[in-house]
Design a protein around this ligand. Structure first.
Ligand code: GUN
Length: 278
C-alpha cells in the first residue's frame, strides 16, 4: 500500500506555525507586508494570486495588491518595483508570472531587491542556493523538500531524479536535493533513454509540464514520486504530470494533484515572508 503525501494537511501545519510566529512578531511591534503584483488577468494567475492573498490574511501578513492592465509597459512595471524596493513598509515583493509578452521577465525579476525577493528568483538568491549561503529559496522546490521531510522520507544518500530543468522548479529542486545529500540526476527534453534513468530513482520529481507524461513504466517499484504539474484533462478534471491511477500502486509514496505540491508553494511563500522580518 502506498502513502499519499497530503500537501493540504502539511501546508496547513506550516501556515499554523507561521500564524503563531507572526503573532509573536506583532507583539514585538514588527509587522509583515507583502506586495503582490499581477499584470493582466490570466485566469490561472488570478487563482494563484487570490490564494496568496488569502494565506496572508490567515497568517496575519498584510498584503498590498497591484492589479495592472495587460498593456502595462516594461518601464511602468519597473518603476513600481523600484518604488516598492524603496518602501520600508514593504518586506516582500512578488510579481506573478507569466508576464505579458511586451515585458522582459528576467529584467523585472533582477530588479526586485534580493532582500525582498520572497519568490527566490533573483540571481543573488539563486546564487546563494548554489553555494549554500543564506537567501530566499524558491517556494515550490522548498515546499517539495518540506513534503519529503515532514512525511519521514529520507533524502540523504538516495538516488533522486528530476525531470525538468526550469529556473523555477527543475534547477532549484536539484540543488536542494543535493544540499540534502541526495545523489541527483537532472533529465530534460533532450535526455536519451529517459526511462532507463527514471527507473533508477528512489525519489522522482516530475516537472515537465505535460499532462500524465509519467506512468508506471517510468518508475522503480516502491519509488517516491513528486508531481509538480497541474493541468486539466479531457474531462476538465485537474491532473498532474503523472498518471496517478497507473503510477500510484507501484510507488511507496506519491503526491496527488490537486492537494500535493500546489498548496506547499503558497505555504513556503508565507514562510519566506515571515523570515524576511525575522
Ligand atoms: N507562476 C507560477 N509559479 C509561480 C511562482 O512560484 N511565483 C510567481 N511569482 N509566479 C509564478
Amino acid at each position: 500500500m502506498y502513502q499519499i503525501i497530503d500537501g493540504k494537511k502539511i501546508s496547513q501545519e506550516i501556515k499554523d506555525e507561521l500564524k503563531e510566529k507572526t503573532a509573536a512578531l506583532k507583539a514585538d511591534g514588527k509587522s509583515i507586508c507583502l506586495a503582490v503584483i499581477q499584470v493582466g488577468s490570466d485566469p490561472a494567475s488570478s487563482v494563484y494570486v487570490g490564494n496568496k492573498k488569502k494565506a496572508c490574511a490567515y497568517i496575519g501578513i498584510e498584503s498590498l495588491a497591484y492589479e495592472l492592465p495587460e498593456e502595462t509597459t516594461q518601464d511602468e512595471l519597473l518603476a513600481l518595483v523600484r518604488r516598492l524596493n524603496d518602501d520600508d513598509k514593504v518586506n516582500g515583493i512578488l510579481v506573478q508570472l507569466p508576464l505579458p509578452k511586451q515585458i522582459d521577465e528576467n529584467e523585472v525579476i533582477q530588479t526586485i531587491a534580493p532582500e525582498k525577493d520572497v519568490d527566490g528568483f533573483n540571481e543573488k538568491n539563486v546564487g546563494a542556493l548554489c553555494v549554500g549561503s543564506k537567501g530566499f529559496v524558491s517556494c515550490t522546490p522548498f515546499g517539495i523538500i518540506q513534503l519529503l521531510k515532514r512525511s519521514g522520507i529520507e533524502i540523504s544518500g538516495k538516488r533522486c531524479v528530476v525531470i525538468g530543468r526550469s529556473n523555477i522548479v527543475g534547477k532549484p529542486i536539484s540543488l536542494l536535493l543535493l544540499r540534502e545529500n541526495g545523489t541527483v540526476t537532472i533529465c530534460h527534453s533532450r535526455t536519451e533513454n529517459l526511462k532507463e534513468i527514471t527507473r533508477q530513482a528512489d525519489i522522482l520529481v516530475v516537472a515537465v509540464g505535460k499532462p500524465k507524461f509519467v506512468d508506471e513504466t517510468f518508475i522503480k517499484e516502491g519509488a517516491v514520486v513528486i508531481d509538480v504539474g497541474i493541468h486539466r484533462d479531457a474531462n476538465n478534471k485537474l491532473c498532474g504530470d503523472v498518471d496517478f491511477e497507473k503510477t500510484a500502486p507501484h510507488t511507496s509514496a506519491i503526491t496527488p494533484v490537486p492537494g500535493g505540491v500546489g498548496p506547499m508553494t503558497v505555504a513556503m511563500l508565507m514562510y519566506n515572508c515571515v523570515s524576511s522580518v525575522e
